[in-house]
Write a protein that binds this ligand. Structure first.
Ligand SMILES: Cc1ncc(COP(=O)(O)O)c(C=O)c1O
Length: 440
């Protein structure tokens, strides 16, 4: 290992146990295809697509070349009142990939920004159509929508909220759909739980009145809180209730987008068309940050046509909205997904992956396995008084054995690149199984 030419002190790492990390750092220095290389020269199989984002595998030449070409041509273009061709082309590509009639794209940079953008568009839309009193936003317990104040307000992860005082003032939450008694070891969509969507009508609308509610935001399949797959019929019910009462339905597809569930978006997989989709991560195969919101024509037109001619219609945007290098990366990535038929590939590998992860049933500590497409959650019994410790131990040992998994609480999440081979699925699950048998 090369001696370090940096200190470990200055960097404050995100969502990381900094003191623990710095006492025993884990460092990657390179990545190619399905593997990272550590600073001591070991290969680590990527079982998590980085952070649910490197869907086509690492170091893809087509994307890298497009980025280099764009940098050589135009490094930056101011996004307010000026455009450049690539961002328009990528908006067209996303429109073509989007389900139903979703056809206008607003660019941001991170998933968190995409979520805040979608929430703001929802409020602006309600106001533009004369329903400005509709300001209540509805999220869901165990939802993750990034770390902006909008996202943590509608999000349902206590640890992400508790230190930050007051948030958006008018927010309510649906119950989450996770229930081990009813749904443990379900393959694909669990059978139980569609009725949990009814709480939108029976409690939340009853409490706030529909006339005050702007939008409902959910992940069609939740990833960050441990892979929660929507029960059969659940998303359909949410759609029906939103339609009945004039509420917008937003699907946060930051991790489910771009093939994770076997189609471009989970909306298509589950057969429910929302009013808006947020996307990020896989849109550039994680090479350059890019995110955004895809909206239905009525939402776009209502906001745009209600503003006086010649005026800015939506007072919102980022310095890097539609950044030329990011959109060049997206154009190449979407081309790669299409040419290599990676969403179909995700669908065709999924049954093998499903069998491999469900083989964990019966292994020590395993209390649930759940999966859809190329995402799976393996839930472990927590150690008494030490929540998360067992799964973190498993993560560390997998890392030592050359396999990257992700943990949230006592749940191990697997979300490999869509290019994973059956043999690599065996290595990923085989290593994790060995580790589960070995840890206390
Ligand atoms: C569903 C969902 N929304 C939003 C985000 C936030 O994305 P970012 O970390 O890019 O802000 C994430 C990140 O994992 C996510 O899973």
């Amino acid at each position: 290992m090369k001696p370090r030419d940096y200190s470990l002190d200055s960097l404050w790492m995100p969502f990381t146990a900094n003191r623990q990390f710095k006492s025993a750092p884990r460092m990657f220095v390179a990545a190619k295809d399905m593997h990272f290389t550590t600073d001591d020269g070991r290969q680590v199989l990527d079982g998590t697509s980085g952070l649910w984002c490197v869907n086509a595998g690492h170091g893809r030449a087509r994307i890298i070349d497009a980025i280099k070409r764009q940098l050589d041509t135009m490094d930056y273009c101011p996004p307010f009142q000026i455009g450049h061709p690539t961002e328009f082309r990528v908006a067209d590509l996303l429109r073509d990939l989007a389900p139903g009639d979703l056809n206008h794209v607003f660019f941001a940079n991170s998933g968190s920004e995409a979520v805040d953008t979608a929430l703001k568009i929802a409020l602006a839309y309600q106001r533009a159509r004369g329903e400005g009193q509709r300001t209540v936003l509805v999220g869901r317990e165990r939802g993750y929508h990034g770390v902006g104040f909008g996202g943590i307000s509608v999000g349902g992860i206590p640890a992400n909220r508790k230190a930050y005082g007051s948030m958006l003032p008018r927010v309510d939450h649906l119950p989450h759909t996770h229930n081990l008694e009813k749904n443990a070891f379900s393959r694909g969509q669990p059978a139980w739980g569609a009725h949990l969507a009814d709480e939108l009508e029976t409690r939340i609308i009853a409490l706030h009145d529909a006339s005050n509610i702007a939008a409902v935001i959910v992940e069609p399949a939740a990833g960050s809180t441990g892979v929660l797959i929507p029960p059969v019929g659940y998303l359909q019910r949410l759609r029906q209730i939103c339609d009945k009462y004039g509420l917008l339905l937003i699907f946060d597809e930051v991790i489910t987008g771009f093939g994770r569930t076997g189609h471009a978006f989970a909306a298509e997989t589950f057969g429910v068309i929302p009013d808006m989709i947020t996307f990020a991560k896989g849109v550039t195969n994680a090479t350059i940050p890019l995110s955004g919101v895809i909206v239905r024509p009525d939402i776009h037109d209502t906001i745009v046509n209600n503003a006086p001619p010649g005026m800015v219609e939506l007072f919102h945007g980022y310095t890097y909205s539609g950044h030329p290098v990011a959109t060049a990366a997206a154009e190449a990535t979407l081309g790669l997904y299409h040419e290599e038929k990676l969403f179909e590939r995700s669908r065709s590998v999924a049954p093998y992956f499903e069998n491999a992860v469900h083989a964990f049933k019966g292994l020590p500590h395993v209390i649930d396995v759940r999966n859809y497409g190329l995402m799976a959650g393996i839930e472990l019994e927590p150690r008494a008084g030490k929540p998360g410790a067992r799964a973190f131990d498993a993560f560390l040992r997998c890392f030592e054995k050359g396999v990257l998994v992700r943990v949230t609480g006592d749940i191990i999440a697997l979300s490999p690149p869509l290019v994973i081979s059956n043999q690599q699925i065996d290595q990923l699950t085989g290593t994790l199984a060995e580790v589960l048998k070995a840890i206390d």
